[in-house]
Write a protein that binds this ligand. Structure first.
Ligand code: HPA
Length: 281
């Protein structure tokens, strides 16, 4: 199924009716562990996904399922508390539906976070990684089907999906906060099963530093409609086969909680300095 431009418009209009004259500039899609940043939004207007036409509801643990509008670190933001994943049964178009709606509301930047398995031998659980690029092969694109030119071209460039000047901003802020920040390529796997050790070896050979089950579809969609993107991964565990032990969801959630303060400090610092990034970069 392909959504029509009218459907995106209807979702955006339903939200506009609740926003008064507030307009978000930054969309935040927060993965496991960081959703609570939505609770820090000042003057919040929270809208449950169920109240927005055509929105899908997240079933993943730790995902609340609402959009929170307001001010965070001085920026007018829209925080997605909970995202939907392909493994929940949604198409890639459905997974990235909200990004286009937030674009219609005026968001120019997408800030995404996720938890993922570390593939790079030098990484360890608990590391924060700036995403410099992504690999999403084998799977269809969220842009498959009729192109909606209102959002972008049929064959969008993907050379700079993760905006270089925002990467520089993240490096500067990490340095300023004295937070070690890894960098690398995020490789998308559809899940919900974690990868096999053989798949992780393949990912490493192909150039991946981390493997995870989200983010890549939303970022493709954001790039298509001309948004700047900043992405961070929490290495919640080393990927399958790297260490002689099994992976568990509990380990991923616990790592998210343990990294919460560091991770949110970095995200807040990037938000606070976002406007300066363009001028410096
Ligand atoms: N693989 C895929 N997704 C993940 C992982 C992983 O090892 N850890 C957290 N999310």
């Amino acid at each position: 199924m392909n959504y029509t431009f009218d459907q995106y418009r209807q979702s955006a209009d339903a939200l506009l009716a609740k926003l008064g004259d507030f307009r978000p500039k930054v969309a935040l899609v927060l993965g496991s562990g960081l959703g609570y940043l939505g609770d820090l939004v000042e003057n919040p207007i929270a809208v449950p996904y169920t109240a927005i036409p055509h929105f899908k509801t997240s079933t993943a643990p730790g995902h609340k399922g609402q959009l929170v509008f307001g001010t965070l670190a001085g920026q007018p933001v829209a925080v997605m508390q909970g995202r939907v994943h392909h493994y929940e049964g949604y198409s890639y178009e459905e997974v990235s539906y909200a990004v286009r709606v937030l674009r219609l509301l005026g968001c120019q930047t997408l800030l995404v976070t996720n938890a993922a398995g570390g593939v790079n031998w030098n990484f360890k659980a608990g590391d924060l990684m700036l995403i410099t690029d992504q690999i999403k092969i084998f799977m269809e694109s969220p842009l498959r089907g009729e192109n909606l030119p209102e959002f972008g071209p049929r064959f969008p460039d993907a050379s700079y999906l993760y905006t270089p000047k925002l990467q520089d901003l993240a490096r500067q802020q990490a340095r300023r906060l004295d937070l070690p920040l890894r960098e690398g390529v995020y490789m998308y796997f559809p899940g919900p099963q974690y990868e096999t050790p053989a798949e992780v070896r393949m990912a490493r050979i192909l150039g991946a530093d981390a493997v995870g089950m989200s983010t890549a579809p939303e970022v493709i969609t954001a790039g298509h409609c001309g948004m700047d993107v900043l992405g961070f991964t929490l290495i919640s565990n080393m990927a399958a086969g790297v260490l002689p032990k099994k992976l568990s969801e509990e380990e991923v959630i616990a790592a998210g909680e343990a990294a919460r303060d560091r991770f949110s400090a970095l995200v807040m610092a990037c938000l606070a300095h976002l406007d300066a990034a363009g001028e410096e970069g």
